[in-house]
Design a protein around this ligand. Sequence first.
Ligand code: ARG
Length: 458
Amino acid sequence: MKLWGGRFTKETNELVQEFNESLSFDQTFYHQDIRGSKAHVTMLAKQHILTEEERDTILQGLTDLEQDLETGVLTFDEDLEDIHSYVESHLIDRVGEVGKKLHTGRSRNDQVALDMKLYIRDEVNATDELLHKLIKSLVRIMEENKETYLPGFTHLQKAQPTTLAHHVGAYVEMFIRDRERCKDIYKRLNLCPLGSGALAGTTYPLDREYTASLLEFDGATRNSMDSVSDRDYLIEFLNALSLIMMHLSRFCEELILWNSNEYQFVEMDDSYSTGSSIMPQKKNPDIAELIRGKSGRVYGHLMALFTTMKALPLAYNKDMQEDKEGAFDAIYTTKSCLVLFEGMISTISFRPEKMAESAKHGFTNATDAADYLVNKGVPFRDAHGIVGQLVLTCIEKKIPLDDLSLDEYKKISPVFEEDIYDAISMQHCVERRNTKGAPGLQATEEAIAFYQDYLKQK
Ligand code: ARG
């Protein structure tokens, strides 16, 4: 049954029907559509727009319909325009004439705005929970690796030694920001658009605040034109998902490098790796690569919606129907990536000996050698030059600074004493860095304590 046959004299062209329909994808939120209808009908009865008897008949019809959809007695295998038409026409089939009163004081424009908000609200929370789980696993890795040394890089060149806990902690920070974004988006989107009608409200004495409270919103939206045409919250969420994907992708990129023959800092578990059909020796980090690759897909959906919304005049336009498939895909993709990534990182083997070995070479302790001189009264700029010369000597001899004899040190600067070796030992280099946020043991323990507390509270 069509919802709008009255003023038409011809049937819809078949291609138009197919091109226009959204049931094939907006069936995703049939729960939300039915929940919204129940709240609407409850409010209509409270306002004496429907009788209590009419309300109860409609509510029962909606409950039965939902159950049949859940158990698969009913399917979406029908030529109907969208989920709203589907629910309404099936309700009428079930309860008869009274079902036709459901749509009083409501339009599909505020209805779809509501459904999408209800749906996104749950997805924002689901994403947040997955992030919580991931952060928990990462903090566990931090606890186990407070003194696992590895080189820190700038320009992908070895720079200064740090610890695995410190490195992983950087990602914990990113994912904490991602969670904050989720909470922030939720807060802003949590106003109920139902009762805005097609665009200009309605003449029925609706109690919009009541409907909003039934649906656990913080209140009703303030402008009916904005209510039916606002998709900001969706763009914000797609942006938040894109950032999550960016963070996952950067981490994956590092794991792919670390898993390579050249680094060997980690070994992916067999259960999260794949083989090659031709090269028997291969064990490929496909999951990390796929997550990295899928970031492009999520960014794409963000760009698509931005572009769809650009230049849309007020209020509702059918263009907005295009918000759904991309959003659903972005949500599904990001959530799967979070799950897969968490599994991959929790089963990965770290190789501390390879990391420490790598940190030893590449002069990651050169800054500490310069700091040693500064502590003995040499101006930093001179110290920088002296250590530069030492590095040159070591490069020629193909040895790390740690293996240079004291004579050689003294040849370049008489300030050096036996204690230089201790000053540039990896442990010392890292341990002395205890400013807030640095990799030293004390600073790391403080960071971990903060994260544990955070995980308990939020
Ligand atoms: N399927 C539509 C959408 O997703 C629902 C709203 C339709 N409203 C309308 N006036 N045609 O946007």
